[in-house]
Design a protein around this ligand. Sequence first.
Ligand SMILES: NC(=O)C1=CN([C@@H]2O[C@H](COP(=O)(O)OP(=O)(O)OC[C@H]3O[C@@H](n4cnc5c(N)ncnc54)[C@H](OP(=O)(O)O)[C@@H]3O)[C@@H](O)[C@H]2O)C=CC1
Ligand SMILES: CC(=O)[C@@H](O)[C@H](O)COP(=O)(O)O
Ligand SMILES: [Mn+2]
Length: 386
Amino acid sequence: MKNISILGSTGSVGTQALNVIAANPDLYRILALTAHANANLLIEQALKFKPSMVVVTDESKYQTVKDALAGTDIKVLAGEAALCEAAVLEGVDLVLTAIVGSVGLRPTIAAIKAKKDIALANKETLVVAGDLITELAKENGVKIIPVDSEHSAIFQCLVGEAGHSIEKIYLTASGGPFRGKDISFLKGVTKAEALKHPNWVMGAKITIDSASLMNKGLEVIEAKWLFDLEADQIDVIVHPQSIIHSLVQFHDGSMKAQMGVPDMNLPIHYALAYPDRISSDFKRFNFVDYPELNFFKPDLKTFRNLDLAYTALRKGGNMACIINAANEVVVEAFLQDKIGFIEMSDVIEACMEGIEFVEKPSLNNYLETDSHTRIFASQLVTKKNF
Ligand SMILES: NC(=O)C1=CN([C@@H]2O[C@H](COP(=O)(O)OP(=O)(O)OC[C@H]3O[C@@H](n4cnc5c(N)ncnc54)[C@H](OP(=O)(O)O)[C@@H]3O)[C@@H](O)[C@H]2O)C=CC1
Ligand SMILES: CC(=O)[C@@H](O)[C@H](O)COP(=O)(O)O
Ligand SMILES: [Mn+2]
């Protein structure tokens, strides 16, 4: 029996993980669940899975959750700091980080220090402080098992390949809803259009990131830390069908790919079960449904975010933390109709130039960079000055 804490149980990854867990009650037990503002769903999940603890980070929702769970043994906590309590809870074997954004950093660090294995969906944590996280995981003998579909693909391709060096990896990108479009088209796109991902149903933030190719930029940085690679060893290839989830090319020239229908249940199921594989009834891939699989070079001139992410990766230090924080601000601003699609990249680039560079950041430097960048980016958005 694996005891699991899910940070972000009310989101797209969190709810799918709970479905996987509900289908395998002999294998998994939920000990903690967390949500931000969706009190009703958190209450429903708590009554169904009976964890020992729930956390609602939006403190205004505390009383609602507390009252609804009053007749149970479930401890109810509120506020961001309480995420760390859900991450370190005694008896938890695996923490699924399914929160969105850099708010995942502190509870992930707490979980690793408490020697909990991590099923990592929250890619922003590795983008912000991948050096600290991977070092801490090594020191504490903690496994970081990727949930992100591309990284799960690479991880699966590497099973049994210890000691065989990777020449390079290819992360596949769907290209998003605006694949093939030019800058003049992108200037006029709406959030409703950007939220229509061609292949995956996901939370709003990652869906906008997919449309702007920032998701692939964040994933390039995530891959650097998960698989200990240099920027030149990580390539992105646009593959509109999202059937091949990513590929590894070894030093003998041989390539391994992992494929399947685009369904997050698969990588979630794999990460929870690792190192086992557990039977599932998820939809199977059928070759005749896909007579063609296509591959293209990404257009880095139009979709500048991917280029900016490579620049940040090559520069090192706190630069990836800067682009992550700036991106979180601009995605929120775009979703609130405060800036246009193309302007998101303008603000991110201005932050990369305007925020102080730190070559060897400490955790405090990362936290400061994150908050300074958010303030700087928000001012740029408000003043429309970028
Ligand atoms: N969705 C997907 O298919 C994939 C997602 N990922 C990554 O997984 C992570 C989660 O994505 P996704 O599930 O789509 O996101 P969602 O927006 O669907 O869910 C986010 C979750 O985080 C909670 N949350 C939001 N803001 C805060 C906050 N400030 N403090 C604490 N908790 C918060 C939400 O709570 P509430 O609902 O109460 O607001 C919700 O439970 C992201 O990092 C994403 O990049 C990676 C690969 C695929
Ligand atoms: C399901 C998943 O892992 C997402 O990160 C997905 O890959 C997004 O698709 P894009 O390839 O469009 O960014
Ligand atoms: Mn992905």
